[in-house]
Design a protein around this ligand. Structure first.
Ligand code: HEM
Length: 329
């Protein structure tokens, strides 16, 4: 009887231990945690938030590129601020083709300068990017989430790594799934994070093949709604290299779930958006978000952003906290 009692006590003890360990693992994933600067720079998050609100008040279209910037940082070498570094020979990530349309670098400089003034050498550029992305989404009426912080900044940037690691708007679903999987993100993260295209613009040359010459016979993409294709042809001439169009017409400055409605109507802007209908799991997610009730997109977006924010982070004593985001210390 006593032995049985011992066994049960041991079991309960082990279960409590496991629960505590798993809680610890969740709150401490890779050394990141929500509120990392609560003691070392308690005003940091407030400073970032205010700067974003001020910037968006002046120009609401700046929110989308700030969100995109975090994605482009995380997919190349992990979320460690390498997208911000500049090399004299220009062989940095910034100069890779997908990054040439990034905007908002001055805002990052300003936010970083303000945070440095408050607490010198404490808050990393990579964390500034993570906070900016969340605050930009909130400012555009989207969801909020607890941003894990505690990242440190890398010291390396390489143009070829950006070329190799950023998904292309011409990618098909198999390629997208593989690329996201290689970053530890699953199909749900892919479809949820693609919902970021509910805000912002895309440039004509990235869709002219869909409009004019999809298979080399002067045809358009059969996966693009014909009426929408005609509308886009009116605004993107075959040789137009400069015009940027709203990816979510009507609400491209508002973070909402209309992206999924567009994709379901074969009005996704890029082939990579349309491709979400080519896999059972991503398609069923898209369709679920189009219902008036039961959309989980806002909640899911925060969860997937936190997951993306953990890619390849540097923590503890790795890397450094850059003084200026464009250069290593
Ligand atoms: C799934 C793979 C993805 C591909 C292939 C892709 C591709 C692109 C491309 C080509 C543009 C237009 C760039 C331009 O012409 O200026 C764009 C814009 C944008 N992307 Fe993505 N993207 C992907 C995923 C994401 C993710 C995960 C996010 C964030 C969570 C995101 C956020 C944005 C935003 C906000 C814009 C608008 C930027 C602006 O207005 O300047 N994208 N994306």
């Amino acid at each position: 009887m006593a032995a049985l009692h011992m066994n049960i006590s041991c079991l309960i003890f082990l279960q409590v231990l496991l629960l505590l360990l798993s809680l610890f693992a969740q709150t401490n994933a890779q050394g990141l945690k929500v509120g990392f600067y609560d003691n070392t720079c308690p005003k940091a998050e407030g400073i970032v938030k205010k700067s974003v609100l001020d910037a968006i008040k002046k120009d609401r279209t700046i929110g989308a590129p700030l969100l995109r910037m975090f994605f482009h940082d995380c997919f190349v070498r992990g979320c460690e601020g390498s997208v911000l570094l500049e090399l004299k020979n220009k062989k940095d990530e910034k100069n890779a083709p997908p990054n040439l349309s990034l905007r908002g670098f001055e805002i990052i400089d300003n936010v970083k300068a303000a945070v440095e003034k408050e607490c010198p050498g404490v808050v990393s550029c990579s964390d500034v990017l993570a906070l900016l992305a969340r605050d930009a989404v909130v400012a555009l009426n989207g969801p909020s989430w607890g941003v894990e912080t505690g990242r440190r900044d890398g010291r390396v940037t390489n143009i070829n790594e950006a070329r190799a690691n950023l998904p292309s708007p011409f990618d098909n679903i198999t390629s997208l799934i593989t690329q996201f999987r290689s970053k530890g993100l699953d199909k749900k993260d892919l479809v949820v994070l693609s919902g970021g295209h509910t805000v912002g613009n895309g440039h004509c040359p990235l869709i002219t093949n869909r409009l004019y010459n999809f298979t080399g016979k002067g045809d358009s993409d059969p996966n693009l709604d014909t009426e929408y294709a005609a509308n886009l042809r009116g605004r993107c001439k075959p040789t137009d290299t400069t015009t940027a169009l709203e990816m979510d017409p009507g609400s491209f400055k508002t973070f909402d779930k209309s992206y999924f409605k567009l994709v379901s109507q074969r009005r996704g802007f890029f082939q990579s958006d349309a491709a979400l209908l080519d896999n059972q799991e991503t398609k069923s997610y898209v369709l679920k978000q189009t219902k008036s009730y039961g959309s989980t997109f806002f909640k899911d977006f925060g969860v997937s952003m936190v997951k993306m924010g953990r890619i390849g982070v540097l923590t503890g004593r790795a890397g450094e906290v850059r003084k200026k985001c464009r250069m290593v210390n």
